[in-house]
Design a binder for this molecule. Structure first.
Ligand code: PMP
Length: 400
């Protein structure tokens, strides 16, 4: 009976890593998945994570089940990190926070919540967006459509397109926004543009739904990177926010994140939380504890918290350095007069190169550079030593 099962296509992002592993060429470079590497291109475990884990070992903590909503100490600090500990919405108990299986699992809880309580409501997602967003809403049977975001002419934000598409959406739609460091484009709205977006969302009675996967990675400052979310919260709006610690704490495989639902009253928050728990229970019963303890120890301890900020600045700084070097190499080598300054304007882990599918095939087939077919490269997987090689590959691919 399983004979009838067809082969699923490889995942467009994680499939790139599989192809990279199979390549035996010495020059190969994996710029597919957004995972931080050192200058030696090795995975990096943060010192604060090791310290937190040592403390956890010393305490010989047990492995009892967590409650369905996760570790209380984690849920407290994660909401505070996002909104600011002194935010009235926290003090008023208006935020329902449930630990999720990293960003993806938290988005999934929110998607099922939307499907259950807002049947027929549409989620608007940016064009382009992180590939898994569409999978998550499809599998949760939530209808979605795209709003304009990226303008290939300016290699920047199509702000007018964005505004008119959000305006035109049915009243009461959910608008999925990347809190900072938009994936894949690396292009964020300015603070003035965020205000405008909030105006339209309010006017149309939409519900803002933030995906925050890179807090600290856009500017290097945790507070600055949460300013989009806080701006919406300050308007008294109801908001959904999914959080991930994969990138900023390097906890990729621990699957640690959260879904936060900002409600109008603490009563509503309690009810929403009860429903999120009801969704989680038959899916995975209760979340894993290890990553939650790490986050609670780092974010909840002033000394480790400060150390974390320094380490994050180091990671963000290394990415800025390779961004600069890649721009310098491209500008020096390319004789066509093409303006490469968009690379410096983009922020976060990625650069959206504008390479099309044929050109990205050339990057991989001829140059052994692995990247997603939308033209995105992860600068977190690039070293200063490899910038010149990558610049040669990009120029060759663009002009052939
Ligand atoms: N949202 C966006 C925009 C992302 O880029 C990612 C990670 N690539 C995620 C969510 C979720 O990742 P994770 O499930 O590892 O937290």
């Amino acid at each position: 009976r399983f004979e009838g099962v067809t082969m699923a296509p490889p995942d467009p992002i994680l499939g790139v890593s599989e192809a990279f592993k199979a390549d035996t060429n010495d020059m190969k470079l994996n710029l597919g998945v957004g995972a931080y590497r050192t200058e030696e291109l090795q995975p990096y475990v943060l010192n604060v994570v090791k310290k937190a884990e040592n403390r956890m070992l010393e305490r010989r903590e047990n492995k009892e089940y967590l409650p369905i909503e996760g570790l209380a100490a984690f849920n407290k600090v994660t909401a505070e990190l996002l909104f600011g500990a002194d935010n009235p919405i926290i003090q008023q108990g208006r935020v329902a926070t449930v630990q999720g299986l990293s960003g993806t699992g938290s988005l999934r809880l929110a998607a099922v919540f939307i499907e259950r309580y807002f049947p027929g409501a549409k989620v608007l997602i940016s064009s382009p967006t992180w590939g898994n967003h569409k999978n998550i809403f499809n599998d949760s049977r939530v209808p979605w459509s795209e709003y304009r975001y990226y303008d290939p002419k300016t290699v920047g934000l199509d702000f007018d397109g964005l505004i008119s598409d959000i305006k035109a959406a049915p009243e009461g739609s959910f608008v999925l926004l990347h809190g900072c460091a938009h994936n894949p484009t690396g292009i964020d709205p300015t603070p003035e543009q965020w205000e405008k977006i909030a105006d339209i969302i309010q006017e149309r009675n939409h519900i803002p739904f933030f995906d925050v996967a890179y807090q600290g990675f856009a500017s290097g400052s945790l507070d600055a990177d949460a300013s989009s979310v806080r701006l919406f919260a300050a308007r008294g709006l109801e908001i959904l926010v999914a959080q991930s610690y994969s990138k900023n704490l390097g906890l990729y495989a621990e699957r640690i994140g959260a879904i936060n639902v900002v409600c109008s009253t603490s009563d509503a928050a309690a009810r929403v939380k009860s429903q999120l728990k009801r969704i989680a229970r038959p899916m995975y019963s209760n979340p894993p504890i290890h990553g939650a303890r790490i986050v609670a120890n780092v974010v909840g301890d002033p000394a480790l918290f400060n150390e974390w900020k320094e380490e994050m600045e180091l990671m963000a700084g290394r990415i800025k350095n390779v961004r600069q070097k890649l721009f310098d190499s491209l500008s020096a080598k390319d004789k066509s007069g093409k303006d490469w300054s968009f690379i410096l304007k983009q922020i976060g882990m990625f650069s959206f190169t504008g390479l099309n599918k044929t050109q990205t095939d050339n990057m991989t087939d001829k140059w052994h550079v692995y990247m997603t077919k939308d033209g995105r490269i992860s600068l977190a997987g690039l070293s200063l030593a490899k910038c010149e090689y990558l610049a040669d590959a990009i120029i060759d691919s663009f002009h052939n």
